[in-house]
Write a new protein. Structure first.
Lengths: 195, 123
């Protein structure tokens, strides 16, 4: 079992993102038990693993923060890399549907290639959009589709010290970040977000 | 000093010794002043994380000693010691969810630990 170094909550999506010692961010859905049964009472808060996000950094996660104002998730790893993910809101079902269609097409293409014999004609497989819409409605799709990698920023620190934690400034258009280091220093960074 | 937590008018500071100091922020003058209002020493080792509840009446601390302690900031006492994790506590957060039958909201505490568990506690 991996250590849980940090987590953040994304209330609008009902998700919890946990960072660990590996390069994986685990995405859990927060669910409330509707009726009492032998395993627990009504109203119990439950966490269900819904998917995994693979980080670019292979080092352990130090901090996971959700910036609700900008809809961004910021992940700091122990190799001083800051990864920024755009978070697609629950209302933007069109974006999720597009992603699901893209994924389905990719999977269908893979199946077609493996099924096709040498000289056969290409097989066109249709995507069932109703089925995909149903998945969105029931929230049974891969929740990691809400996250799009936007940018990875290596944080330059002259002494080579490792980062410890960070806070995000709330008032700027760009991301203003204050990072504390193990060398007892704090650096401020201004991150220009790519469009 | 290992960790801090802030609310509208409170600043809580955790130390490696296990002590938690809570300061009241006073900005009535031009200068910002901190006045110590509470001191708690219930952890056996470093305080890793702190959380002040939204209403400012409770403080929660998670320690390297695996314990979570809930303090009453009105009466300046420790209310509960939550025992369940087998590793140091790394993060604490409150989650508010609707109760399906009582039609009220309920507050739960989520705690993460190096033991690999995220635990949910009723507040």
């Amino acid at each position: 079992m991996s250590k849980v170094n940090d987590f953040c909550l994304i209330g609008s999506l009902g998700l919890l993102i946990a960072g660990s010692t590996d390069k994986v961010l685990r995405v859990f859905a927060i669910r409330v038990r509707m009726e009492a049964d032998e395993t627990g009472d009504a109203g119990d808060v439950l966490l269900e693993l819904k998917g995994k996000i693979i980080k670019e950094s292979e080092s352990r996660t130090l901090q996971v923060t959700f910036d609700s104002k900008r809809s961004l998730m910021l992940v700091l790893s122990s190799d001083n890399k800051l990864e920024i993910f755009k978070v697609i809101g629950a209302q933007k079902t069109d974006s999720i549907l597009k992603k699901l269609i893209k994924r389905e097409k990719k999977a269908a293409l893979k199946r077609t290639h493996s099924e096709a014999s040498d000289d056969s004609l290409p097989i066109k497989k249709s995507i069932d959009k109703t089925k995909l819409n149903q998945l969105i409605e029931n929230r049974t799709y891969d929740m990691t589709l809400h996250f799009t990698r936007k940018q990875t920023v290596p944080l330059a620190e002259p002494t080579g010290s490792k980062a410890k934690s960070f806070v995000v400034g709330r008032d700027d258009k760009d991301i203003s970040l204050i990072v504390s280091y193990h060398s007892n220093t704090c650096n401020q960074y201004l991150i220009n977000l790519k469009p | 000093m290992t960790t801090i937590a802030v609310s509208a008018d409170l600043l809580a500071v955790g130390y490696t010794s296990g002590t938690v100091l809570v300061y009241q922020l006073d900005d009535s003058d031009d200068m910002l002043k901190f006045e110590q209002v509470h001191q708690f020493s219930f952890h056996k080792s470093a305080v890793n994380c702190l959380l002040i509840t939204d209403d400012g009446t409770q403080l929660v601390s998670g320690g390297a000693d695996t314990y979570i302690i809930i303090y009453d900031l009105i009466n300046s006492t420790a209310e509960y010691k939550l025992i369940g994790h087998s590793g140091a506590i790394t993060h604490l957060q409150v989650v508010v969810t609707p109760h399906p039958q009582r039609h009220t909201v309920q507050r739960s505490l989520l705690s993460a630990s190096v033991d690999g568990f995220i635990k949910v506690w009723d507040l």
